[in-house]
Design a protein around this ligand. Structure first.
Ligand code: B12
Ligand code: SF4
Length: 446
């Protein structure tokens, strides 16, 4: 089987960026690119076939001279002549991804088109198009292997569990996958990073002088924030890897200088992470680590944070979400506002760069923007982010706010576009959010 795996381009829609002043522009990330860990895991599962990766985020998003995505795909189709084209989809990349699968089908109607990833797991109906032959929801690398192997030997896909198959114009499920499969332990596959060699320079993080990569130590999250897609993706489960499996993977990452733990939450089990970093030290593994850590976890575990910093933790990404307790409650975010200031202090004390993200709800008025700007200036971090409360399809928030959605174009569901009815005029709402991006390190450059 010749299998082409496609990481689609980022959605170009960014209303915050469009409304930004020159002072805020440099801080709003537009071309943030990282290795597609899910697709690389899928690649490992089918490594015994002939596999090619088209990484459009590196190939297209970062290259102003690149051909348009459809033309790029066409070049790859001609050069590689795949039998199967598979794509990974998050919400905002669904429209572009569907167009690419349609182009593949037009190029050769015999090509089998497959969609997988987060959005396929949460909302398969959104991907139901006549030119999409198969959906692979869930952590489906091994399902995809069974699919490819079955096609290769001329078998019937109806015999492969875990698929949604187009049959007589409709998507029909095959048998469910066996219960108890665990993609973090028994079914863990080391992502095939060799497919990324060509794009390594695209993955240089910040001012480091080498590429970075991602690695997960856990999947899912035990918390239940209403706006979050991650716990619905794993049906509420939290799956942790084994420490020695993480160490073994880290030992394969010689060409990478930085490692971002792609966990929803890098620290749920403090004992696990403490032991992991003891082992990292014992093995002499030296990396710049980037981790997503909750503010309360940092506030309550200053000694652990100091230990992680001593062994390479340099950047923490943290969802502050709100500076108001009632808003946190509204989002189902089990966090105390005072933990934010404490987390800022813990990071400052340990030389850790903190990226804190605030969520802007649609009912914010001028006073609310002003109050948030004051809070952000009083709690300085290396880079503060301000994204819009977005009812991602498949989340509890989407169900709660359905009647307030004014824009259903999935390409805008990347947290940078207002899709809910706002109190302020939408242009002003975007402009005020954009202006907040200039509030950093305690300085207001408004
Ligand atoms: C790393 C990461 C990134 C990286 C790069 C990701 C990439 N693929 O290029 C960076 C930092 C660049 C990034 C950017 C963005 N991200 Co992001 N990101 C993540 C993060 C932290 C981890 C993803 C991951 O690697 N998971 C581990 C892998 C193994 O899982 P997986 O990808 O789901 O793949 C498995 C299955 O889904 C399935 N699968 C996946 N693809 C396919 C394809 C086929 C064919 C098959 C068969 C199976 C299959 O099998 C895989 C193996 O089990 C998640 C949050 C999280 N912890 O999950 C957010 C997350 C995916 N990102 C999100 C968002 C919104 C974005 C941005 C739009 C943010 C922004 N405003 O700029 C951008 C745009 C996307 C981009 N790529 O540039 C949201 C998506 C929400 C949604 N419902 O769409 C998430 C869930 C974060 C959140 N808090 O909500 N992101
Ligand atoms: S926002 Fe963070 S803490 Fe809340 S459910 Fe999602 S990953 Fe977990």
């Amino acid at each position: 089987m010749r299998i082409l795996l496609v990481n689609p381009p980022r959605s170009p829609h960014n209303a915050i960026l469009e409304h930004a002043t020159a002072a805020a522009l440099p801080f709003i990330h537009r071309k943030l690119v990282g290795p597609p860990l899910g697709l690389l895991t899928v690649a490992t599962a089918v490594r015994h076939h002939d596999v090619s990766l088209l990484e459009m985020k590196a190939e297209y998003d970062l290259n102003p001279l690149a051909a348009e995505p459809q033309a790029l795909l066409r070049q790859h189709l001609e050069a590689f002549q795949p039998d199967l084209v598979a794509i990974t989809l998050i919400a905002s990349e669904v429209p572009a991804g569907l167009d690419l699968l349609q182009a593949a089908k037009r190029w050769n109607p015999d090509v089998v088109t497959v969609a997988g990833g987060l959005h396929v797991t949460l909302c398969p109906a959104d991907v139901d198009r006549p030119w999409v032959d198969v959906l692979c929801p869930g952590a489906s690398a091994l399902t995809f292997r069974a699919l490819a192997d079955t096609l290769a030997r001329g078998g019937r896909l109806q015999s492969v569990p875990g698929l949604l198959l187009r049959d007589d114009g409709r998507l029909r499920p095959t048998a469910p996958v066996a219960a108890g499969a665990n993609p973090a332990t028994t079914e863990f596959l080391v992502p095939d990073r060799t497919l990324l060699r060509k794009w390594l320079p695209a993955y240089v993080v910040g001012k480091t002088n080498g590429p970075g990569t991602y690695l997960f130590t856990s999947l899912g999250c035990p918390y239940r924030c209403s706006f979050c897609s991650i716990w619905p993706q794993y049906a509420g489960a939290y799956l942790q890897r084994e420490i020695e499996s993480v160490i073994a993977e880290l030992k394969t990452l010689d060409e990478y200088i930085a490692v971002r733990l792609a966990d929803a939450n890098s620290i749920i089990d403090t004992t696990f992470i403490d032991r992991l970093f003891t082992r990292i030290a014992e093995e002499g593994i030296r990396k710049i680590f980037i981790m997503d850590i909750r503010a309360d976890t940092m506030a309550q575990n200053p000694r652990l944070m100091a230990k992680l910093a001593a062994h390479g933790l340099k950047v923490v990404i943290c969802g502050f979400e709100s500076f108001r307790q009632d808003e946190l409650r509204r989002y189902g975010k089990a966090l105390q506002v005072e933990h934010i200031a404490a987390a800022v202090a813990v990071c400052a004390a340990n030389g850790i760069m903190l990226r804190g993200n605030h969520i802007i709800p649609p009912d914010y008025e001028r006073d609310d923007f002003e109050a948030l700007a004051e809070f952000a200036a009083a709690n300085p971090v290396e880079l503060a982010g301000y994204t819009l409360l977005t009812p991602m399809p498949g989340t509890a928030l989407h169900t709660q706010m359905q009647d307030q959605i004014i824009d259903h174009d999935l390409a805008k569901y990347n947290m940078f576009n207002g899709v809910l009815r706002t109190r302020l005029p939408l242009d002003e709402f975007h402009a005020r959010t954009a202006a907040l991006w200039a509030v950093r390190r305690g300085t207001r450059v408004l």
